[in-house]
Structure formats: C-alpha cells, structure tokens
Design a protein around this ligand. Structure first.
Ligand code: NAD
Length: 480
C-alpha cells in the first residue's frame, strides 16, 4: 500500500518514529494509503530546515519570490488532472467540484498572493514640520499553517500562499483526513525552484503533529482553520507564548429569504448554499428562514428539488453530492437528524444513509436532508452539523428574523434574499457575521476580508489582511 511522506527541507522523508496511520477513501469506505503519524521530532526537523532557509527566502527580492510562486501556481495547473482526482478520492467530493472549484482555486490562491506581494506597499505618515514616520513590514520568520478537511488544497493554499509571499518559511499540516493533495504539493514546490526548507509539509494527527507546531517556541504565528473547539485549545496554548493567531472557525449561517426575492435565482442558489460539497463548507447556509407568505411555496419546491438531487459516487458525472468525508463524520451528521426528531422536528426529505452498489456499498453517502418544525434556539439550530442537513423556519418580521439569525454563538456568513435595497443594507448592517451575501452565495473576491465574528474566529484572511497578518510592522521616525 502507498505510504505518503513528509516534505521537509526540500525532500520527501519518512516520519522519524516510523509510525503511519490509515487514510480512508470516503467513496468506498476502504483504506487506500497510509500517512505519516508525525510527532514533535518531525516538527523539530522542519523548524531546523526552515531556520536555515529563512535568510535565503526573506532576503530574496520580491520579484524573485513572486516568480517562484507563480511557477508553483502554474505547476499545480499543469498537473490539474492528477490534483483533481486526488482531491476527489481523498475527500469524497464529486470530481466535477474538485475540477471546477477546489483545484482551480488553489491555483488562483498562489497566483493571487504571488502577484499581490508586488503591490504591497508600506505606509508613511508625515508630521508637518516635525518629521516623517515610515512603517516597515517585515516577515515574521517561521509560521505554522494548519488546515481542515472540507476544502483541502483550497484552504491549505489560502494560508501558505500569503505566508510565503510575505517572506516567511512555513511549517504546514493538512488535515489527517485529507492529506493527499498537500503531499503532491511538495513535488510542485521542488519543480518550481522553491529553496529547500522554505515550505515544509507534515502529516499526522492534530493532537500530536498539530500540537507540536502550535507549541514550538520558534514558530511565531499560527494560521488555523478548523473547528471552534480546536481553535479555543490553540488560542489557550499559543496566547501565553505571544504568538500571532489567525483563527477561522465554525459557522451556523442563516439564509434569510424575503417574499420579494427573485424566487428562481434564490431557489437554485439555495440548493447550492445548502448542499454544495455535501454541506461541508463553513459558509453553507444551514438555517433557512423564509418569510411566512412564501413559506409553503418555498417548502414545496425546495423539498421536491432536494429529493431529486443525485447522490452518487464522486466519479459519476451526474453526482451533485458525493460521499461525506469519514465514517465518524457521517455518524455525527446522522446523530443530529435523530436529535432533530427528538426536538420535535419533521424530516421532509432525506435523513438517512444511502447504500450504493458495489464497490461503493461501504461508502459514506447521505441523502440531502430538510427538517422543519424546530424552534430557533434548539440544539439542532444552534450547533454546527457541517453536513447535508438544513432546517427551514418561517418568520413574520425583520426584527424576528434578525433575532433568530443572531441567536447562535457563531457569526461567519449570512445570505439575504430581497429586492428591497434599503432592507438589504439595513439587515446587512445588523447581522452578526463577517461576510454577508445579498442575492448571492459564495461569490468570492480574493481581495476582500474573509473571516467571522463571535465563535467563528479571530482575524481576517484575504488580500492585504493576510499580508498584514504574516508581517510585523515596525515604525521608524525621522526628524526633519
Ligand atoms: P478540526 O478542528 O478537527 O481540525 C482542523 C485541523 O486542526 C486539522 O489539521 C487537525 O489535525 C488540526 N488539529 C486538531 N486538533 C489540534 C490541536 N490540538 N492542535 C493543533 N492542531 C490540531 O476541524 P475539521 O473537522 O478538520 O474541520 C471542520 C471544521 O472546520 C468545521 O467546524 C468548519 O466550520 C471549520 N471550517 C472553518 C472555515 C472558516 O474559514 N471559518 C473553513 C473551513 C472549515
């Protein structure tokens, strides 16, 4: 069976302690490769390599750094097919999704930050007749990037790219559940001419390799995307060491639908915002609130479209939903359907596992699920499920829906459907979220600030925000 390797100091290598763990293919439920179960010893090797590489990388001209990163982006593009197949196999997502969203976006992430750094200027503040301040923006040194399984290379590159572009050396750990495309990235970095030790990719468990990254005194910042509980642990561990922290955490996003919306556009977008990537996108709108006057019409048409949605193995071109990422995750999602029933909810469609024909009979497939009849403050409507499950709830007034939308501990994103411009602005202003889409969902401009409020995170990614995070400002004053 194939054994993946860590990528340290420009080369692939086995974990120091020789321990491996199984990697499952969600579509079949079978183990298909093994990955290093790295420890603090592997992290130490990566830190030594990064320390050696840092003067070279940070001392390079921005132009040279940018060229290497553009090559990295082109290297992924040149291997598009290999990356797409690997992502789909590792995660269970439809091949078409990996081909149209995940891998092209990883290409863009590297390209975007490779070129953004060319335009990143430091500030200057003139004090009339007194002197001038200029602010240097220096890289931090060695930084840690830890990412989740739902959009594996997409989110891995979203962190690594700005960190590298700003001149840092990186120790990165993808999720142990979806390591494969991060593993392939090492080869592309080699081919792009990235100096050894600049980008180090370690595999293994959060509590071992991840924890060792967070605790290492020479790693100056942690950029983390994952669950809120893990984020809390990381914050508790890293804060006393005064590390810079960027935390992109969970969500329970509202999708608010007013009667005056463009119904057709809303319906097709709501299908995507509910179930894209099997509902495993932190931005999915899992709580759908519908103005009472169109509630019945919405319910009928939405449920009928959801019931017709094709769940199939990821290679099937008809698949709208593939497999969810793992057996424990599938069981977690199903347990929430049971909880919803206990809490008085009615499952309008879905709510069960789909057993496919061989060889996919042990794969982790779930029918997209719509539930109604739940109170806004029950656990099903407050806790993150992160699967193909949405609830629908009627509302009567703006005040009522705002109260329900803002009632969770989370505040990542929100979607509003209305043709009333004033209402759209009014609501966008009052909603607790870092990102609000009006009459749209998941339209992303990489220059905009990305992140959440409340338990959805601390800090922002994207554009200058990311380059600011991965640099330290130093103000210099010169007297006239
Ligand atoms: P997770 O928190 O279990 O794991 C995320 C990463 O952290 C993995 O690489 C894991 O190995 C590592 N990790 C786990 N414990 C660690 C520890 N103690 N120290 C250091 N690293 C540790 O999350 P997940 O299940 O992989 O991902 C799903 C979660 O991610 C959901 O809550 C989802 O909302 C969130 N998410 C958020 C965003 C966002 O931008 N806000 C984007 C995608 C996913």
């Amino acid at each position: 069976m194939e054994k993946l390797q860590n990528f340290i100091d420009g080369n692939y290598c086995a974990p120091v302690e020789g321990q491996y763990m199984d990697n499952f293919e969600p579509a079949t439920g079978k183990v298909y490769c093994q990955i290093p179960n790295s420890t603090a010893k592997d992290v130490e090797l990566a830190v030594i390599a990064a320390e050696k590489a840092y003067p070279i990388w940070s001392g390079m001209s921005i132009d040279e750094r940018s060229k290497i990163m553009v090559k990295l982006s082109e290297g992924i593009e040149a291997r598009m097919d290999e990356f797409v197949k690997a992502e789909s196999r590792d995660n269970g997502k439809p091949l078409s999704l990996a081909a149209h969203v995940d891998i092209p976006r990883a290409v863009s992430n590297f390209h975007f930050f490779a070129t953004a750094i060319l335009h990143y200027a430091s500030e200057s503040h003139n004090m009339e007749g007194v002197g001038v301040n200029y602010t240097l923006r220096k890289p931090l040194g060695i930084v840690g990037c830890i990412s989740p399984w739902n959009l594996p290379l997409y989110l891995f590159s979203w962190k690594i790219a700005p960190a590298l572009a700003a001149g840092n050396c990186v120790i990165a750990k993808p999720s142990e559940v979806t390591p494969y495309t991060a593993y392939l990235l090492g080869k592309v970095a080699q081919e792009a001419g990235m100096p050894a030790g600049v980008l180090n990719i370690l595999h293994g468990q959060g509590g071992a390799a991840g924890d060792a990254i967070v605790k290492h005194p020479k790693i100056k910042a942690i950029s983390f995307t994952g669950g809120t509980q893990t984020g809390e642990y990381i914050a508790r561990t890293a804060a006393p060491m005064f590390k810079k922290l960027s935390l992109e955490l969970g969500g329970k996003n509202p999708n608010i639908i007013f009667a005056d919306c463009d119904f057709k556009d809303m319906l097709s977008t709501t299908l995507r915002s509910s179930f894209a990537n099997q509902g495993q996108i932190c931005l999915c709108g899992s709580r759908i609130f519908v103005e009472r006057s169109i509630y019945d019409k919405f319910k009928e048409e939405f449920v009928s479209r959801v019931a017709d949605t094709v769940v199939a193995h990821p290679d099937d071109p008809k698949a709208k939903l593939g497999a969810v990422v793992s057996k424990p995750h599938m069981e977690k999602v199903l347990s929430y359907v049971e909880l919803a029933k206990e809490e008085g909810g009615t499952v309008l469609t879905g709510g069960e596992r789909v057993i496919m024909d061989a060889p996919y009979e042990e794969g982790y497939y779930l029918r997209p699920t719509v539930i109604e009849g739940l109170k806004f403050d029950c656990r099903t409507n407050q806790e993150e499920i992160f699967g193909p499950v949405v609830t629908i709830t009627p509302f009567d007034t703006e005040e009522e829906v705002l109260m329900m939308a803002n009632s969770t501990q989370y505040g990542l994103s929100a979607t509003l459907w209305t043709s009333d411009l004033k209402r759209a602005h009014r609501m966008a202003d009052k909603i607790d979220a870092g990102i609000v889409w009006i009459n749209a969902w998941l339209v992303r401009d990489l220059r905009t600030p990305f992140g959440g409020v409340k338990a959805s995170g601390v800090g922002r990614e994207g554009g200058w925000e990311a380059l600011r995070f991965f640099t330290e400002p130093k103000n210099v004053f010169v007297k006239y």
